[in-house]
Design a protein around this ligand. Structure first.
Ligand code: A3P
Length: 317
């Protein structure tokens, strides 16, 4: 295994030295462009490692998203739905662990795993673009759930997440206008954002039985409806008895922003592997908060890019 790891890091060094470099929003290492998408070198190493070593199984559920689009929420809803026979809203591990600890990231937490999977339940998350997913994920026919969000809110969420992290590390925070410029050019973690969304959108049209495509705004509007849809899609629909007992409602309430963000673990805890403060994943949880951060000109520019990029796809954001 060690030899494998050494080989991987040697070929990784060869790969990264040849990649185009992009602005990294004030972090010391450049972002690297690999097959059309921008990555930090740590995430890229995790992606390559997962591509070579992750063996998906047909019963796996892979939660996919670009950063800051509702990943934490989707993780908690999926986990609570799948484990509802073992736990209820008083006993769920989600009350004492942050969603990122119950559903790990394929390319971060599992970055250096070998073929052992260490998965308690067969749910894993990733920010990888569709085209970068390990071949076994697309070949095994396992289920994929994708969540996306209005790019204006995703950008604001990402910028504030990065700034908070930079402050906590005593780094200088990156300028909002400059970050906006980079985001518009597609230069951000796992960006261009629109290309990420479009790849999954097109794949979901081709394989509707394998890929469920969700939008943060629609989920916020009627979370119960979408949790039922999610449960059905992943093969564990709520029975009529469960519906009568209000099980979907209880899951939605337990996973709500208000509930999760007020739990001790999410107020004061840190991620067990990466040391990131859990509170950073819970900011406001609102649709349309971009209005408090972007000028009308900035919003119009993002909307225009979105219209151009999605033109003809049948998707609106
Ligand atoms: P805001 O910064 O707009 O508040 P991700 O989980 O992909 O990193 O996305 C983070 C965004 O999802 C943040 O958005 C965060 O507040 C929001 N979020 C986290 N938990 C949520 C929940 N349970 N319900 C709704 N939104 C949630």
């Amino acid at each position: 295994e060690k030899e494998n790891g050494d080989l991987l890091s040697k070929s990784f060094q060869d790969i990264i030295s040849s990649l185009p470099k992009g602005n990294s929003w004030g972090f010391p290492d450049h972002l690297l462009q690999y097959h059309g998408f921008w990555h930090s070198s740590v995430f890229l190493q995790g992606i390559l490692s997962a591509q070579q070593q992750f063996l998906a199984q047909p019963a796996d559920i892979i939660l996919c998203s670009a950063p800051k689009t509702g990943t934490t929420w989707l993780k908690s809803l999926t986990y609570a739905t799948i484990t509802r026979a073992s736990y209820d809203d008083f006993t769920s591990p989600l009350l004492s662990k942050t969603p990122h600890d119950v559903v790990p990231f394929m390319e971060l937490d599992h970055a250096h795993f070998s073929t052992h999977r260490h998965l308690g339940i067969p749910v894993l998350a990733t920010h990888m673009p569709y085209s970068a997913l390990p071949k076994s994920v697309t070949d095994s026919g396992c289920k994929i759930v994708y969540i996306c969000r209005d790019p204006k809110d995703s950008f604001v969420s990402l910028y504030l997440f990065v700034s908070k992290y930079q402050k906590s590390e005593n780094m200088q925070t990156f300028n909002l206008d400059e970050a906006f410029e980079q985001f518009c050019r597609g230069v951000c973690w796992y960006g261009p954002y629109w290309d990420h969304v479009l790849e999954f959108w097109k794949a979901s049209l081709e394989h509707p039985d394998k890929i469920l495509f969700l939008k943060y705004e629609e989920m916020s509007d009627d979370t119960i409806l979408y949790v039922k849809r999610l449960a059905e899609f992943i093969g564990c629909p709520f029975s009529s008895e469960e519906e009568e007992k209000g099980v979907p409602e209880k899951i939605v309430k337990m996973c709500s922003f208000e509930n999760l963000s007020n739990l001790e673990v999410n107020k004061n805890g840190k991620h067990r592997v990466r040391g990131m403060e859990n509170a950073n994943y819970f900011r406001k949880g609102k649709v349309g908060d971009w209005e408090n951060w972007l000028t009308p000109e900035m919003a119009a520019r993002l909307d225009q890019i979105t219209m151009q990029k999605l033109n003809g796809s049948g998707l609106t954001l």
